[in-house]
Design a protein around this ligand. Structure first.
Ligand code: F6R
Length: 241
């Protein structure tokens, strides 16, 4: 695992943005794995800047998002589909048909989850995946548990995650209790993984990830230790606490 420690949030956003921008420039039909949450927003701003100022072309880029709440439509302002439109897609020349966020309203959700992994495979697999990290070590919505799904699946969110994510909703009660998430296998099949963390709240999990040489389902991010091409980009607060 490669670790890059940057001064602050702006610096991690620039560094991660640069990696994505260069990857898109060298492979215009690249398949990106994208995340929501607060952390990648600055990186998305960098990508928008590259589109506006450097003419970066997204017309052939395909994207797959990690997760979505069950029950929320794409138009719901707290849905991850809505988030992606408003933080990235509507500002760049991406073809909306090439963007994929799991469908929280899918009728046969189990079938849909299988189909989501197939769609990723049919697109050629994810070239580069960005991840945030939960304070409990979750990646995507793979929460600490006795077993983790290999493929995309429906998962129950922990009380902790519901509480932390309630900042994106009007009230705690409105946060859905289940979500669709790419599984650990879906994530680990990405050719390259960039994990971003910012702020002192993430320091304990980053410390554990970098010091504990153990893989356990109770600490989902530890599975990244098995991947051959992971770059962790953290700011000083997330690194030192
Ligand atoms: C979002 C996702 C989550 C977040 C994580 C960190 O698509 O999969 O795992 O990456 O909860 O969220 P932030 O960045 O808000 O701290």
């Amino acid at each position: 695992m490669k670790v890059l420690v940057e001064k602050n949030y702006e610096a991690i956003s620039k560094t991660a943005g640069r990696i994505f921008i260069e990857s898109i420039a060298s492979k215009p039909d690249i398949v990106l794995g994208l995340a929501t949450g607060s952390t990648p927003i600055g990186m998305y701003k960098e990508m928008i800047r590259a589109y506006e100022e450097e003419g970066l072309d997204f017309s052939k880029v395909k994207t797959f998002n990690l997760d979505e709440y069950v029950g929320l439509s794409q138009e719901h302002p707290s849905s991850y589909a809505y988030f992606m439109d408003n933080e990235l897609f509507k500002y760049i020349n991406i073809n909306k048909e090439n963007t994929h966020v799991p469908d929280g309203k899918a009728e046969n959700i189990e079938e849909y989850c299988k189909r989501y992994d197939e769609m990723i495979n049919e697109a050629g697999g994810i070239d580069i995946q960005v991840l945030g990290i939960g304070e409990n070590g979750h990646i995507a919505f793979n929460e600490p548990d006795e077993a983790l799904s290999a493929g995309t699946s429906v998962v129950k969110l922990t009380e902790n995650t519901i509480e932390v994510n309630s900042r994106f909703f009007d009230s705690l009660e409105e946060v859905p209790k289940t979500a669709i998430t790419m599984g650990m296998g879906s994530i680990l099949r990405a050719r390259k993984i960039i994990l971003l963390a910012s702020g002192e709240k993430k320091a304990p999990v980053i410390k554990r990830l970098l010091n504990d040489n153990k893989v356990t389902t109770m600490f989902p991010v530890s599975f990244l230790l098995l991947h051959p091409d992971v770059t962790i980009i953290v700011d000083e607060e997330a690194y030192n606490g």
